[in-house]
Each structure stands twice: as C-alpha cells, then as structure tokens.
Design a protein around this ligand. Structure first.
Ligand SMILES: Nc1ncnc2c1ncn2[C@@H]1O[C@H](COP(=O)(O)OP(=O)(O)OP(=O)(O)O)[C@@H](O)[C@H]1O
Ligand SMILES: [Mg+2]
Length: 263
C-alpha cells in the first residue's frame, strides 16, 4: 500500500472554543479543549447527546472553519478537509447506484492510473473483508457490510487519522462486536490514529487506549481515563468493569450515583 510523508503525525488541539450563532443567540458548544493525540493512538470519546462530540470531529476533519484556538495536524493548522484525514459516519452514506468497488473508488483523491486504482480498491476490499462483493450494490449488502464499505472508502487515501462518529450505532449487538474486531484489526495493520465517538461505554473501553469524557454543553474534557489493559480485552475482567464504573460515575449526578448497584 502507498504510504504518505505525513504519516505518523500528532494531532494537537489548543484552547479550542467553538460557538454557533442561532438567530441572535450565541451557543457555546466547545470550551477550552486541549488535547494531544499521539500518532497511532486510539482515542474513544463519550458524552451526553448534544455535548459537542460530532462538532469536535467536524472541526478536526476541517468541515468547520469558524473557531477559536488551534487545531494542528503535525505542525500544520487544519484549514479544510484533506485526504490525510478520513471520516466514517453513523450511516454508511453510500451511493445506491454505485457498486462496492465504485463507491470505494469515489473516495480516491488525486490522479492515479487505472491499474493503480484497481490495485488500491482490491486491497481495501480485502482489508475490510468484502472479497467477492466487489460488484454488489449497497441494497444487496447488510448494514454491517455497508459500513465496511464506508470504512474502506475512508481509508482509501491511507489517511493519517480516521475519525469515527458513532459508526456502529445502527448495527445489531453481534454485528457491532464483529465490526469492533474489524476496526482493531485495521488499526493494528495500518497504525492509523483513530478517534472514535460512541455512546457505547463498553465499546469505548474495548477499543480505546484512553477514553475522554466530555461534559455537557459547553463541552469540555471532563475526564481522561487511560485504559491500560492488554489486548484482546475481556469485557468481564475486573479492571474492565472498574473502568466502566469510573466512566458511568462521570455521567451520573450525585443522586443517580445510588444507581451504581445496577451497573
Ligand atoms: N450547524 C449548527 N448550527 C447551530 N448549532 C449547531 C450546529 N451543529 C451543532 N449545533 C449545536 O451544537 C451542539 C452540539 O452538537 P453535536 O452534534 O456536536 O453534539 P453531539 O455530542 O455529537 O450529540 P449526539 O450524541 O446527539 O450526536 C448542539 O447543541 C447542536 O444544537
Ligand atoms: Mg453526534
């Protein structure tokens, strides 16, 4: 696979503030976010609905340009979308009229010969385990398979950073666990920096080198919880359960903490 000079660069966020204007009101969405993501690190982000998680990913990918503070990829400020950063959304967002291979081809940025294109598409179909489905249309695939196509499309330019915004939210529990394995396999093979937003706390712990808990609006990094567990991880391990409790505690108010018994 082709590698890029920009591979293995840290992502640095300094004093990031983001607000939106709705009518004449200013809504502060993110406040004083400071974060350094090591090259190849896997970060999970959790937080209540509306706390600014998707906004943070959109800022990192370069879709939102109006903000205060700094977002650097290596030493370069992020000024817009780039093939160095890929994004996977909750819904696969495939073109229904294009086959698997054409959907993946659509993600390729830059001029490549037909031979190079074919090779890259083949490699990515293999990477996400969809060999044999090259000519299938999205409606002929399961939800999990469609999501694999969108992961392949996001990886096709060998991005340095892959942003995942609740990518498995629409999948059933078993497919979800399979996809988590798949993402880990890709991460270990490609050494891509991963930033995953999820509502599933077990998923956050299972995958992440650390879990960031974002507070309610305005979103701030409330807690940075390292997950120092070797892989493959076991969801019923004592330390896994301990971290799960630690994260749940961040979500609960004092009264709700009495619910701890149920976790
Ligand atoms: N384009 C926009 N214009 C105005 N406000 C916006 C815009 N996009 C997001 N917001 C506001 O920013 C806040 C954070 O939204 P965001 O989508 O980042 O939340 P989230 O943490 O991803 O939530 P969820 O878990 O439900 O996906 C919300 O209050 C939302 O109304
Ligand atoms: Mg969101």
């Amino acid at each position: 696979m082709n590698t890029k000079d920009s591979n293995h660069l840290p992502l640095i966020i300094k004093k990031l503030h983001k607000s939106y204007k709705i009518d004449s009101d200013t809504v502060d969405v993110l406040e004083d976010i400071n974060l350094t993501v090591r090259p190849g690190e896997f970060i999970s982000i959790v937080g209540a609905s509306g706390c600014g998680k998707s906004t943070l990913l959109r800022l990192i990918i370069g879709l939102e340009k109006n903000y205060q503070g700094q977002i650097l990829h290596g030493d370069k400020p992020i000024k817009g979308p780039s093939s160095d950063r890929g994004m996977v959304f909750q819904q696969a967002r495939l073109f229904p009229w294009l086959t698997v291979e054409k959907n993946i081809e659509f993600g390729i940025v830059g001029k490549l010969s037909e031979v190079e294109k074919t090779k890259i598409i083949e490699e990515h179909i293999e990477l996400v385990g969809l060999k044999g489905f090259e000519k299938a249309y999205p409606h002929q695939l399961s939800g999990g398979m469609q999501q694999r196509v969108s992961i392949a499309r996001a990886l096709v330019n060998r991005p340095d950073v892959l942003l995942l915004d609740e990518p498995f939210g629409a999948l059933d529990a078993l497919t979800r666990i399979n996809m988590q394995q798949e993402i880990l396999r890709i991460w270990q093979a490609e050494k891509t920096t991963m930033i995953l937003v999820t509502h599933d706390i077990d998923e956050a712990i299972y995958l992440g080198d650390r879990v960031l808990v974002i507070s309610n609006r305005p979103g701030k990094i409330k807690k940075n919880i390292p997950v120092e567990l070797s892989r493959p991880r076991e969801r019923s391990d004592y330390d896994f359960v301990r971290i799960r409790k630690e994260i749940y505690r961040e979500f609960f108010t004092q009264e709700e903490k009495n619910l701890e018994y149920f976790i």
